[in-house]
Design a binder for this molecule. Sequence first.
Ligand code: 8YV
Length: 321
Amino acid sequence: MAKMKLLVARKFPDDVLARCGRDYDCRFNPEDHTWQGAELCKMAAGMDAVLLSSRNKVSAEVAAGMPDSVKIIATFSVGYEHIDVPACAQRGIIVTNTPDVLTEATADVALLLLLVASRRAKEGLNMVVKGEWRGWTPTQLLGRQAGGHVLGILGMGRIGRSLAHRARALGMEIHYHNRRPLTDDLAEGATYHKDAESLLKVSEFLSIHCELTPETDKLLDAKRIAMLPAGAVVVNTARGGIVDDEAMIAALKSGHIAAVGLDVFNNEPKVHPGYFDLPNAFVLPHIGSATIETRNAMGYRALDIIDAYFAGRKPKDALAG
Ligand code: 8YV
């Protein structure tokens, strides 16, 4: 039987590409172009399925322009705000994502950012590599200790809960806000706040783990940043759009926010240049899920779903259109 045709829209890790090539008749993207708009539709011509990343936007227009042959679009990501799922559904295209498999890797990066931001790692690194370190002093680079302080988790889903496990090991007290409180077994003693504002008021450390939706767009604006305790540390590994950069930069300059650790940005790969010169802004290039184990697992999960779909089974991570 002829293999189904798969557009492999990014240069995914080698093992993922190898499995694609073994099981499907593939159109690959060895140069790793970020196909967008009409070009993405053109590359999908004659394909049965598309495996793409969060940098391949599937707007309503792209969904409308997808060839009739495309039955399923699997995004190599847990976030899917780059895909107009209802517009795909209108075309009869199933959309799936890759939850679960990147939870631990992303929580690791949230913890990493929490620690490097609060322990002033950027200033320390700069001091050493610029040859400006004159030796230990009793008051050099005093940061904030995580243990004994409140960590507010905005969005207590899989990644938020996984960070909570790590933070408990540091001795942090966990508070969270979600649309609904978790069951006791999932909350594991964390304190629920029914609105974001109530959470912000107690969050000496804040880590963002909610989805980017019209409701959370710029949720952390000047007004809400001002609600955080003076000297708070903020971490974002979710989506850049949840933070108002201008307001955050102003708060970092004034010292109201002691430090920020960011892995995600508005308009990636552009980063607001206001963060670059700030000693208390530690930025990473969206590496939350960037371990070989996790990226392979993301690819395998997406391929499992496509395999199941073409074997006539219901794809398990299908998103509601
Ligand atoms: C992915 C992510 O690596 O899965 C997500 O939602 O944010 C990242 O960790 C990226 O989006 C790849 O498509």
